[in-house]
Design a protein around this ligand. Structure first.
Ligand SMILES: Cc1ncc(COP(=O)(O)O)c(C=O)c1O
Length: 455
């Protein structure tokens, strides 16, 4: 007889599957409350105890007390930060990954996972115009993708510029780069050359001006561009920056964690042509490619370079690198700052393969079109005004006369009344309102309703 914890229990299984079925069938998904729940959060005291509790009791506790205290990031009414709208097939396949305990660490252990994940990565690399040799791994998020890609660029920079002290090596970045880039450079102990952006867009002209004015331009070993800034959806001058970086042997890292998904947009994919120069590129399927958290695609132009710097070495791991055909024997663990990993790319792969790429194009385009329509609506209304034209799926606007406190109170009211989750942001020092669209079921009626609440 096996251990009780590992025995299959049909009742518990049915109960959990029923709950999952119920959650999957909700249409629309309720927004729920996060920390603004009408009831105070229930106490969890005593739940961890020697004998354990009945699974049905704890599932009910979760349903009643914990689930409502989480804002549904997959609700079409979640318009804050960057939402996440997993397709049904991606959620279902995440259950397959979970119930199979699917490991995605190495070729030896998980070749079946690796070939499928690599098919999805290859498709993304192809859209980005990267060479057929490009490859990488799915990591936990854009933050880990940025840290890993920038580590490889830093280590290559050290090799290329041995005459410069390691702590003096710098990346050129713009002030609009995501906070995770700043955090990664902090971890790496690197300084930055912060380039003045042209209306928040990092351009080649800006880079050249900053290098010309700098005392030590030779210490810049790489350029970090953003393909879709988080705050405003702006795509940097990838073509200009990328071509310059390639020509001057600078590592070109492109953070497309949010906006890279617009490679699927028939109207906007041309903005990304410069991605073909990228040495490392991050795009998060858990943002705008409709996969569940947590899943970011990290791609390298020359994966063998990344492997050289990032693969973990240990006696007990030597067997993972026993096959000398490195392009065939592909260990996802070799391409980022991680080792063990769940097969987090498979829900995305399953969704892409089953829904087809046309469905992805339509869904990505829907958010861009809604952003444009919302901007036009804001233009028509007299009590709100656009701060700038919409970019990708982000709209920045203001309610003239409102203070930061007004925006925060309004955001909380919308959530308490379960209308939508919209949060303010800062733009050039001013607190304003921001929509980030992503779910293809979000519509202009909701936008109009939210705007009415600002009168
Ligand atoms: C441009 C950009 N880069 C990086 C990140 C960080 O990604 P993650 O939250 O997956 O770590 C974000 C998150 O919104 C982002 O928008």
């Amino acid at each position: 007889m096996g251990h009780r914890m590992f025995e299959y229990n049909a009742d518990v299984t049915n109960m959990i599957f029923d709950y999952c079925r119920e959650r999957l069938s909700l249409d629309p998904v309720p927004l729920d409350y996060g920390s603004l729940t009408p009831e105070p959060l229930a106490s969890l005291d005593g739940l961890i105890c020697p004998e354990g509790h009945a699974p049905d009791e704890i599932l009910s506790f979760f349903k009643q007390n914990l689930a409502p205290a989480v804002i549904s990031i997959d609700a079409p009414t979640f318009l804050a930060f960057i939402p996440n709208a997993p397709t049904k097939n991606s959620l279902l396949f995440d259950m397959v990954v979970a119930c199979s305990g699917l490991n995605g660490t190495s070729w030896l252990e998980a070749a079946g996972v690796v070939v499928a994940e690599n098919q999805a990565l290859e498709y993304l690399a192809g859209l980005a115009g990267m060479p057929p040799s490009a490859g990488g791994a799915f990591v936990s998020g854009g933050s880990m993708g940025n840290l890993s890609g920038l580590t490889v660029g830093r280590d290559l920079g050290r090799r290329r510029r041995p005459e410069i002290a390691a702590h003096q090596l710098r990346y050129a970045i713009s002030a609009d780069a995501h906070s995770s880039v700043g955090k990664a450079l902090h971890v790496l102990g690197m300084e930055t050359l912060v380039v003045e952006a042209d209306d928040h867009r990092f351009t080649l002209e800006g880079l050249l001006g900053a290098l010309a004015a700098d005392e030590h331009p030779e210490s810049v070993i790489g350029v970090v561009a953003t393909a879709g800034t988080t705050n405003a959806g702006i795509v940097d001058d990838l073509e200009g920056l990328g071509a310059y970086a390639r020509e001057h042997e600078l590592w070109f890292h492109v953070d497309g964690a949010y906006g890279g998904a617009a490679l699927f947009s028939p109207t906007h994919r041309h903005l990304f042509s410069g991605l073909r120069h990228a040495d490392s590129f991050v795009v998060d399927p858990h943002k705008w490619l409709f996969a569940p958290l947590d899943c970011a695609a990290l791609l390298y132009r020359e994966p063998h370079v990344a492997r050289k710097f990032l693969a973990q070495q240990a006696g007990y791991l030597d067997i993972l690198h026993a096959d000398k055909d490195e392009d065939y024997e592909w260990n996802p663990s070799d391409f980022a700052i991680h080792l063990s990993r769940r097969a987090r790319g498979l829900p995305f792969w399953y969704s892409l393969v089953t829904n087809g790429t046309t469905a992805y194009e339509t869904a990505v385009q829907a958010a861009i079109d809604l952003a444009r329509a919302s901007a036009a609506l804001i233009d028509e209304l007299e009590h709100v005004e656009l701060v700038r034209e919409s970019s990708l799926s982000v709209v920045l606007f203001r309610r003239p006369g409102w203070s930061e406190e007004d925006y925060v109170a309004w955001s909380h009211r919308l959530l308490r009344e379960q209308i939508a989750f919209v949060t303010p942001t800062k733009w050039e020092g001013e607190t304003i309102a921001r929509f980030a669209f992503l779910h293809p079921d979000t519509d202009l009626d909701l936008v109009a309703r939210v705007l009415e609440t600002m009168r």
